[in-house]
Design a protein around this ligand. Structure first.
Ligand code: NDP
Length: 316
């Protein structure tokens, strides 16, 4: 029997190509997507073989939808051998925050809180699986880390003391640190939370469950639709800049392949690791375990993030 992987946001970009790469490796892929028609078409376009995938609806920007997803997944009698938290939104031009049905700022909800809840619920499914090598992988990014070249461009992420979470994260609050709304920072903050979540999962559950928890920076995938909400000119220049100036550019195929490696290949069975192929893509460049940013490796902050996120995702 094929091992089963759930991939969130598999309707485009890195998630779509990760689905394709894992199907090719013999995995059964559950594409967890908000728009099933779009996901179905995308799967056909990149020729993921029929019979190697299924679709289940999820809107990570709604905590109720995350719960519904898990219910449907279980009702269909599926087992879970790996989970990939990949979906994300990036909305750099927003002037005012968008809100989830719960009233939380939407970028942080979609990228972090929705996945935080999903990981906590689906940990039970992973525990039940008898697969020999279960993994939970969360997508990271270089922009989470101001110590890296790619992370130096302002606004830099800063969780502060998570004042915004502590105060309930609803109107008028829109940022985790309780400060003024800044959509680019909201994205970067959410990616710091993604890495903290991975590290806390590792610290809390690796020893007792033998599940591998890890993250990766797949490289700069400058032509995914992630940048669809940016200025059109940016969407033209950014891939060119990454290809010719920084050398950080990777194709969607390669990024998907890297995710598949971290999910399935024996070399990547290292829990708590953050994998990178570096900022400049060299031919046949090798991956390595990279240190994450000071805030993303701050265990105390990790515990606070965990406790406050758990409060925010609690059913109301
Ligand atoms: P895309 O925009 O191409 O893909 C994002 C996916 O997330 C889409 O399938 C999208 O669905 C889905 N999604 C968005 N909102 C929701 C929601 N509310 N519920 C369910 N699914 C949702 O971006 P990328 O492929 O570039 O990004 C994927 C991951 O890779 C992200 O975690 C990103 O942070 C990370 N990453 C990307 C880099 C890059 O350079 N592109 C670099 C480093 C990391 P829909 O198709 O319906 O919009």
């Amino acid at each position: 029997q094929k091992p089963t992987v759930v991939i969130t946001g598999a309707s485009s970009g890195v998630g779509l190509y990760a689905a394709k790469a894992l199907a090719k490796r013999g995995w059964y892929v559950v594409m967890a997507c908000r728009d099933l028609d779009k996901a179905q078409k995308a799967a056909q376009t990149v020729e993921i073989p029929q019979g190697s995938y299924t679709l289940i609806q999820i809107d990570l920007g709604s905590l109720q939808s995350v719960r519904d997803f898990v219910r449907v997944f279980r009702a269909r009698g599926l087992t879970l051998d790996a989970l990939v938290c990949n979906a994300a939104i990036y909305m750099p031009l927003l002037k005012e925050p968008l809100r989830s049905p719960e009233g939380y700022e939407l970028t942080m909800t979609t990228n972090h809180l929705g996945h935080f809840l999903l990981c906590n619920l689906m940990l039970e499914d992973l525990k039940k699986s008898s697969y020999r090598d279960r993994r939970l992988v969360i997508l990271g990014t270089v922009t989470h880390n101001p110590d890296e070249l790619g992370g130096k461009i302002p606004p830099q992420p800063n969780l502060g003391n998570l004042e915004g979470f502590a105060e309930g994260f609803k109107e008028p609050i829109s940022m985790i640190d309780g400060k003024a709304f800044e959509p680019v920072k909201a994205y970067k903050d959410s990616k710091v939370c993604n890495i903290l979540t991975m590290r806390e999962l590792h610290r809390r559950y690796h020893e007792s469950t033998d599940i591998t928890f890890s993250s990766l920076y797949p490289g700069c995938v400058a032509d995914t639709p992630l940048f669809r909400n940016h200025y059109p000119l940016f969407q033209k220049i950014f891939p060119w800049f990454q290809k010719n100036i920084t050398g950080g550019y990777v194709s969607q195929e390669l990024a998907g392949e890297r995710v598949a490696q971290v999910v399935a290949d024996p070399e990547y069975r290292q829990s708590g690791a953050y994998w990178s192929w570096g900022n400049r893509q060299k031919k046949n460049g090798k991956s390595f375990v990279q240190q994450v940013s000071p805030q993303a490796r701050d265990d105390e902050r990790g515990v606070r993030m965990w406790d406050l996120s758990a409060q925010l995702v609690r059913p109301m």
